[in-house]
Design a protein around this ligand. Structure first.
Ligand code: ACO
Length: 403
């Protein structure tokens, strides 16, 4: 047991809040969450209003600049995204240096850092116009990097961005137009990916966004901060959860386990099994993003005529859990990762790219937070304290006298 009096005597009065569960690290005007009521708002706009509304690029603008873009702002930003879509040709050699099996998140983080070497003009951002071009550059190029990472992993040639295509269609083009995958042109596919991206665009002080703010607090440049955000998102407790959902479905399928038996295991504490994609730390009644993606999945799967045993298992797990008192009593509902995994699988995004897609979606949030912080007067470098629990004063012992 920790002797708090002794600790305070040695360390002083420091608040201990592991995982910062109850510590507000900043003031922010970007995103509002009420987990009890299942509310998520971007700049005050309830997330549900995005279902039929703006596209990902408009939402990116909203988060970063604080208001929905008017037509001129939108057209200019879309044009900036088109202009910036290509990577410097020599960056292709960087991709070739990675083994085919390299985790795409490692490539993504490395390449965002590499971008900074090609764009030193964005190290010191003089004003909002300058920042806008930098933001467009990184939002546009992360899409190209993501698609190139995939092309590299399957040993296929890179497909250049098409200046005639908007954000999501251009991404699907770079991923799938060679060899040709017909479904990528389907409006229902584009709409689904658009919604997946925009529903991931910000979630206040989550692990990766806090990382971006922490790195940015040292006045590190936008590329460095976003590359750090990718690394934070990589972990299975954060962005990697959607991969865990698919791994669970695969395990059930390969092991010929019935969904009923798997749910039974998930209720048995000794089994250490959890129903991945169920439950959420903040949303205790429902995850509003999950509701919206569930609707999309319902439309998408029949339209694409998908017959996939893993998706059948997912549907069955959902049915069983939603009626099971164990899950109802503990307020465990499918979360955003459950449905985003299903949608990306249905569209043909390989599982190891799921977290990369999450990064593309979360990027506008990271940029918005980096900018908000860098413009906050009196911004301080993030420097948490600790409660020291190691030994007291101890004498150095010469090496030949050590036992
Ligand atoms: N399957 C089975 N039981 C569960 C699950 C689950 N997915 N989630 C929670 N429980 C049970 C716990 O065993 C516990 O039961 P008990 O009260 O009988 O001991 C109770 O529900 C509360 O669980 P906690 O772990 O205390 O809930 P917490 O809010 O801390 O955890 C979390 C939330 C981590 C998301 C958890 O629900 C979980 O592990 N879910 C599966 C993983 C997952 O989908 N993660 C992605 C979350 S979304 C995101 O982060 C982007």
């Amino acid at each position: 047991a920790i002797d708090i009096q002794d600790l305070r005597a040695r360390t002083g009065y420091v608040t201990l809040d592991p995982g910062y569960g109850n510590t507000g690290s900043c003031q922010s005007a970007i995103t509002f969450i009420d987990g009890e009521k299942g509310i998520l708002r971007y700049r005050g706009i309830p997330i549900e209003q995005f279902e039929e509304g703006p596209n990902f690029v408009e939402v990116a603008w909203l988060l970063i600049f604080g208001h929905l873009p008017n037509d001129a702002e939108y057209q200019n930003f879309a044009a900036d995204l088109t202009t910036c879509a290509n990577l410097d040709e020599s960056m292709k050699h960087h991709f070739e240096g990675f083994p085919r099996s390299a985790p795409p998140m490692a490539i993504l983080s490395a390449m965002i850092n590499a971008l900074s070497c090609f764009h030193p003009e964005f190290f010191d951002l003089e004003d909002e116009d300058h920042f806008r071009v930098a933001a467009a550059g990184i939002i546009s190029k992360i899409r190209t990097i993501a698609a190139y990472a995939y092309r590299h992993s399957i040993g296929q040639p890179y497909i250049y961005p098409d200046p005639g295509l908007r954000y999501v269609p251009n991404f699907l083009h770079m991923m799938f137009s060679q060899p040709y995958a017909e479904h990528f042109c389907e409006p229902v596919v584009r709409d689904a990916i658009n919604l997946v991206l925009l529903l991931h665009a910000d979630h206040e002080q989550n692990c990766s966004t806090s990382t971006v703010r922490m790195v940015g607090s040292s006045q590190a440049n936008l590329f460095a901060a976003c590359a750090a955000g990718v690394c934070a998102l990589w972990g299975p407790l954060h962005g990697g959860a959607n991969v865990a959902v698919l791994e669970m479905l695969d395990q059930i399928h390969r092991g010929h386990i019935s969904p009923e038996d798997y749910v039974r295991m998930a209720k048995d504490k000794d089994s250490k099994v959890r129903l991945m994609g169920f439950g959420h730390r903040v949303y205790k009644n429902f995850d509003p993003r999950a509701r919206m993606l569930a609707n999309v999945a319902e439309r998408l799967l029949p339209t694409l005529g998908i017959q996939d045993p893993l998706l059948d298992i997912a549907r069955r797990l959902e049915e069983i859990a939603l009626e099971d008192p164990y899950f109802i009593d503990r307020q465990l509902y499918p979360n955003v990762d459950f449905y985003s995994g299903i949608i990306m699988r249905a569209v043909g995004i390989p599982t190891n790219m799921f977290t990369v897609m999450f990064s593309m979606g979360r990027l506008p949030g990271w940029i918005a937070h980096w900018w908000e912080q860098s413009r906050t007067l009196g911004n301080k470098i993030a420097r948490p304290r600790q409660l020291y629990v190691g030994p007291g004063v101890t004498d150095h012992v010469p090496r030949d006298a050590r036992t």
